[in-house]
Write a protein that binds this ligand. Structure first.
Ligand code: COI
Length: 358
């Protein structure tokens, strides 16, 4: 399938100060769209000027949350070229997410090509200031006009692009985390491993409560025992305990993060032991009290590496590493961002170059 391209005749104003971008509120000139109809399959892939969508209010996406999405980034290197980080992993995860929601499957190579084409066209929007990048948001929605609960017949695939700065306004400054012991995000057999909008909607109440109390995000416990640590809203989590790195295993209710996978590989290749296992909130609090917990950080595409400065659980607040970024998180951040921004060699073949604008 050929992607039809219609370029904008009215390019939008780029942000005046790319050092003050924030996250996800500015969008580029174009979007990718493609439609699916049962019997016909995917058709009419197009890149068009960024515009509002016209979708019937009876479409199932508005009522039953039939939606999946991805998040990846394009980085500008010192020589001015633009590159992506492990984009094929995101496309495969989106296929896995779509399978969970029973949205139509798609060709991952075709979608990766669509990402490359769109970023190639809008590459002038990739910021050239430290820590800023172009966030790429592919998503798939159900467009069936049907309030009944039936198998999905119609869908739409879209990709939008947003130049972004740090996800947390403080950048690498350690964040304070509230451990949530009432609401749960996901249960095994549910949609926890899928990147679908519903998971994030289910997180809203606890996230609001945490925000009102002055915390950046919540740390989720498992939905069955309310005991085992799962992930932080928007990122996976890692702990350095007595010299080893421990991260919750992928039980089915935890997102299989691309950054998580990359961190595990980088840490192991540096000779550190990494355990993927169940870790209970009691174990975490004990390691905090005894001083065995050396560092804690979150990791994700949007958040990159985000050091954690404290955990609040029930009536206790315990500080991690005196609210400072630790050496392990710092080194991970430097290596990961070094590869992403092309400042250090990529021995893993994680980088995919975006062609120069034709
Ligand atoms: C990402 O890291 O790409 C995410 O999707 C997190 C987002 C929900 C803020």
């Amino acid at each position: 399938m050929e992607i039809k391209i219609t370029k904008t005749t009215a390019p939008r104003q780029k942000p005046a100060d790319p050092t003050k971008l924030g996250f996800g509120t500015v969008f580029t000139d174009h979007l990718f769209t493609m439609d699916y109809d049962a019997g016909q399959g995917w058709h009419d892939p197009e890149i068009v000027p960024l515009q509002n969508l016209s979708i019937h209010p009876g479409a199932a996406v508005f009522h039953y949350g039939a939606e999946v999405f991805e998040g990846l980034k394009a980085y500008r290197t010192d020589d001015g070229s633009v590159q992506l980080f492990r984009p094929a992993d995101n496309m495969q995860r989106m296929r896995d997410s779509a399978e969970r929601i029973q949205l139509p499957d798609f060709d991952a190579d075709f979608m990766l090509n669509a990402v490359l084409k769109l970023v190639e066209l809008d590459q002038d929007w990739v910021p050239n200031v430290p820590s800023a990048s172009l966030y790429i948001r592919p998503f798939e929605i159900c467009t069936d006009i049907d309030l009944g609960l039936h198998g999905i017949q119609h869908a739409k695939m879209l990709i939008i692009l947003s130049p972004v700065g740090s996800y947390y306004p403080g950048g690498l400054k350690p964040v304070d985390i509230l451990i949530e012991d009432n609401d749960v995000r996901a249960v095994r057999g549910g949609t926890g491993y899928a990147k679908c909008g519903g998971n994030y909607a289910a997180a809203n109440r606890a996230a609001h409560k945490a925000e009102q109390k002055g915390y950046s995000q919540v740390l989720w416990l498992d939905g069955v025992h309310r005991k085992y640590i799962e992930e932080v809203g928007g990122m996976n989590v890692m702990f350095k305990i007595n010299g080893k790195v421990v991260t919750p295993e992928l039980t089915g209710s935890v997102l299989p993060g691309v950054t998580r996978r990359s961190c595990i590989q980088l840490l192991r290749d540096k000779g550190l032991e990494v355990e993927e296992r169940l870790i209970s909130v009691d174990e975490l609090m004990d390691t905090l009290r005894s001083g065995a917990l050396e560092e804690a950080w979150g990791c994700g595409t949007a958040a990159v590496i985000s050091p954690i400065g404290s955990f609040a659980y029930q009536d206790q607040v315990l500080t991690v590493n005196e609210q400072k970024i630790g050496p392990c998180a710092q080194e991970l951040y430097d290596t990961l961002t070094g590869i992403q921004w092309g400042r250090i060699e990529d021995p893993y073949h994680w980088i995919v170059k975006v062609p120069k604008k034709s």
